[in-house]
Ligand binder design. Structure first.
Ligand SMILES: [Fe+2]
Length: 262
C-alpha cells in the first residue's frame, strides 16, 4: 500500500491509499463515500464508440461528503456549509481524460447562483467553468451576439479554485499516473443541477488524451475561452480556515456579499 498523507490540510490524520484511490484513515471519522460509475456518466462521455464497447460498469471516482469531525459538525451546520473530499484516480474515458459529470448550482437569490471553492491536496486538476446559458439567451433577445464564456484553470497541490456564481463546472484529472485529490467547501443548502451539461453531452470542451482541448461537437454556440489562474482565497487550508473563522465564508450562502469574483 502506498499512503498519501494529507494531514496538513485538516485537523486530523488523513491518509489515502494511492493504489485504490480511497481514504484509509480520517481521524475518527466514519468513512462513508459514494461512487460515480461509468454508466452514470454515459450522457457526458464524448467517445461513444468506446462507451458502447464497455461491458463493465466500473468505478470512476469517489466522493466523501461532509467529511467533518463530530466536534466540528455544529459549526458547519450552523453556517450551512459542507466539507467534501473527491478522489479521481488516473483514467481515460475512451479518447478523453477522466472528468467529473459536471453541474450547475441553483440561485441563492436572483442573479446569484451558489458559488463553491476547491482546494487541490494532491495531483493536478483542470477546472473548466462554463457560464450559464440563460444569460446568453437574454442577450440574444437583445440581438447581441456576445459569446458566452469558458474559463480554464490549471491547478496543482495547494492551489485554491473559486467557482463564482453563474458558472457550471467540470473537473478533469489530466494525469496518467496520479490521482487528483481535492476538497471543497460549499453551501449545504442546495442540490446541484446536472441537466444542462447532460443535455449538452458534456461541457463545451473535453480534454483529449493527446493533451489538447477538443470542442464538444454538440455545442454550436459562440464561445470565448479564457485561461485563469488559481485564486488565493485564504492563507491556510480550507477546513482549518473555516473552523477558525467561519464568518469569512459567509459568501458561500450569501454570494451577493462578496465583491470581485474574477
Ligand atoms: Fe459544484
Amino acid at each position: 500500500m502506498v499512503i498519501i498523507d494529507l494531514s496538513k490540510f485538516v485537523p486530523f490524520e488523513l491518509e489515502v491509499d494511492k493504489e485504490t484511490s480511497k481514504i484509509v484513515k480520517a481521524g475518527d471519522i466514519e468513512l462513508v463515500f459514494s461512487t460515480r460509475k461509468l454508466f452514470d456518466m454515459k450522457d457526458v462521455i464524448y467517445d461513444k464508440n468506446w462507451l458502447n464497447s464497455q461491458q463493465e460498469n466500473f468505478d470512476l471516482y469517489y466522493m466523501y461528503r461532509d467529511l467533518t469531525r463530530d466536534e466540528d459538525k455544529p459549526i458547519f451546520q450552523k453556517h450551512g456549509v459542507r466539507f467534501d473530499i473527491t478522489i479521481i484516480p488516473p483514467n481515460f474515458l475512451g479518447a478523453e481524460y477522466i472528468k467529473t459529470t459536471g453541474h450547475f448550482h441553483p440561485e441563492a437569490k436572483e442573479g446569484f447562483s451558489f458559488p463553491e471553492v476547491y482546494e487541490v491536496m494532491f495531483g493536478k486538476g483542470l477546472y473548466l467553468l462554463q457560464k450559464e446559458k440563460k444569460e446568453q439567451k437574454k442577450k440574444r433577445k437583445n440581438k447581441t451576439l456576445d459569446p458566452y464564456e469558458v474559463l480554464i484553470i490549471s491547478a496543482k497541490a495547494g492551489d485554491q479554485i473559486l467557482i463564482p456564481p453563474g458558472y457550471g463546472h467540470v473537473t478533469i484529472n489530466p494525469s496518467k499516473e496520479t490521482p487528483l485529490i481535492m476538497n471543497n467547501l460549499v453551501s449545504s443548502e442546495f442540490s446541484s443541477i446536472y441537466e444542462p451539461i447532460k443535455k449538452q453531452k458534456g461541457a463545451v470542451y473535453l480534454y483529449h488524451h493527446k493533451e489538447v482541448w477538443i470542442r464538444n461537437p454538440t455545442c454550436k454556440d459562440k464561445v470565448i475561452v479564457k485561461e485563469k489562474f488559481p485564486s488565493k482565497i485564504v492563507d491556510k487550508p480550507f477546513y482549518l480556515s473555516f473552523i477558525e473563522n467561519p464568518e469569512q465564508w459567509i459568501f458561500l450562502n450569501e454570494p451577493w456579499t462578496k465583491e470581485n469574483w474574477l
